[in-house]
Ligand binder design. Structure first.
Ligand SMILES: Cc1cc2nc3c(=O)[nH]c(=O)nc-3n(C[C@H](O)[C@H](O)[C@H](O)COP(=O)(O)OP(=O)(O)OC[C@H]3O[C@@H](n4cnc5c(N)ncnc54)[C@H](O)[C@@H]3O)c2cc1C
Length: 397
């Protein structure tokens, strides 16, 4: 067992840390207050190769592995999760399905356009008004007419959906009904300038305020039929697999935020004096710091193990859900304790920990809520147990 990162993984982590600490952290509070999308930061991150991290080099990407990507993402999120989610949604949700399921032509065309020079962002449109956790409840429809998909419906809260540099969205639509009565779902690549495709204004949010989420509208939107991602009818499997990997990345995002909470808590514990001593000398504060550090260590290991399994081509769905639930809940506890250690100052908007406390909640919701991830974990345990019982019976026979 080797827990040392490779030279390449270390290089990505250090590059991301240096840029995040130097250029993102100093601006994070202003970006949050002004709710401004940081075009210059995203452009620079693209120049550094961070926005195309897991896209193969033959499609103009950086060709990094999944472990290295998650290490880099943690560093960006330690500085600001608003910027982190822009990177995560683009790499894990925007580019990854095209890499995994796209035809060679689609990869060359869309990834080339998006990643080359990092001039564009790509979005992933699954959620709708009546299809959140129950993504199978998709009501957006698409039918083929004259060699084009005719798409009608809308999507909700789509990250990177409406920036000035968004290239388009891969949207899930209902394209028929299967024999068993379940919907046939297909993923369709829809460039931003497709006729009939429009976007709503950005939302007022509790956190991730410098990131972009929009409602997307399709009214007789006509996308070429060859923009079907992979095969027609494979949309459900494609988005489940995309979300598995996305959950590992939301785990990394959570670890970065938890680490930022610990950084702030440690600084305050050393600096703030009460009863003639630094508060870090009180055992009550020390125990909080120790608990935060232990949980971060465990969450980071879970994220990197799940990422490593994916890099090895092994099943990683259960580990992805475990990493996401544990890391997002550990981050919530870390944000809570960081505010507690900062006392009244932590309740002031001027403190970083107040921002972290606002930002942390979404990690338990996006890309599969904690409830649904716990169900995924439990079902996989029950499935394995039944399989073991069946195997035992066969041996007994
Ligand atoms: C800031 C932000 C960015 C987002 N970005 C994107 C994006 O880029 N692309 C995209 O497609 N979507 C995006 N989403 C949507 C996000 O993935 C959904 O919010 C999430 O999947 C949960 O769906 P919902 O909010 O509709 O909750 P609901 O499905 O309404 O769930 C509400 C509650 O009920 C629980 N619940 C539901 N069903 C069950 C069940 N069977 N058993 C137990 N509990 C259950 C849930 O766990 C939750 O606690 C984004 C959301 C936000 C807020």
């Amino acid at each position: 067992m080797n827990l040392d990162p490779t030279e390449e993984q270390r290089r990505w982590r250090d590059l991301a840390r240096e840029y995040a600490e130097g250029e993102i952290r100093p601006r994070a509070a202003d970006l949050d207050r002004e709710q401004k999308f940081p075009y210059d930061i995203v452009e620079k991150m693209a120049d550094l190769g961070l926005m195309g991290m897991t896209v193969p080099e033959e499609y103009a990407g950086s060709g990094g592995d999944f472990v290295g990507y998650n290490m880099a993402l943690e560093e960006i999120c330690r500085a600001d999760t608003s910027v982190g989610i822009t990177m995560e949604a683009h790499v894990s949700l925007g580019c990854a399905p095209i890499v995994a399921f796209g035809t060679r032509e689609q990869k060359e065309h869309f990834l080339g356009e998006v990643v080359q020079g990092g001039k564009k962002l790509w979005a992933f449109g699954l959620t709708e008004e009546n299809a959140g956790t129950d993504a199978g409840g998709t009501q957006t429809t698409a039918e083929v007419s004259d060699g084009r998909w005719l798409v009608n419906g809308s999507k909700k809260w789509i990250t990177n959906g409406g920036t000035e540099i968004t290239g388009g969205v891969t949207a899930i639509a209902r394209t028929g009904t299967r024999e068993n009565g379940k919907p046939e779902l297909t993923a369709i690549i829809i460039p931003q300038d497709t006729p009939g495709f429009t976007r709503g204004p950005g939302y007022e949010k509790l956190g991730w305020r410098a990131s972009d989420q929009r409602q997307l509208y399709f009214e007789d939107c006509r996308a070429p039929e060859e923009n079907t991602l992979g095969e027609r009818g494979k949309g459900f499997r494609q988005f489940l697999s995309t979300l598995d990997a996305g959950r590992v990345a939301v785990g990394a995002l959570s670890v970065g935020l938890a680490q930022a909470c610990l950084d702030e808590a440690l600084a305050r514990a050393k600096e703030r004096r009460q009863f003639g001593r630094a508060i870090g000398e009180f055992q009550a504060i020390q125990f909080k710091l120790a608990d935060m550090a232990m949980e971060i260590e465990l969450a980071r290991n879970m994220v990197l193990k799940a990422a490593w399994l994916k890099d090895e081509g092994r099943p990683f769905g259960r580990e992805a859900s475990m990493a996401k639930v544990f890391a997002s809940e550990a981050a919530k506890r870390a944000a809570d304790q960081a505010v507690q250690i900062w006392g009244g100052e932590g309740f002031m908007e001027a403190s970083a920990v107040a921002r972290y406390w606002r930002q942390v909640k979404i990690n338990e919701i996006g890309e599969g809520t904690s409830e649904i991830n716990r169900q995924i974990i439990a079902r996989s345990l029950l499935r394995d147990d039944t399989a073991r019982e069946e195997a035992g019976k066969m041996v007994a026979q």
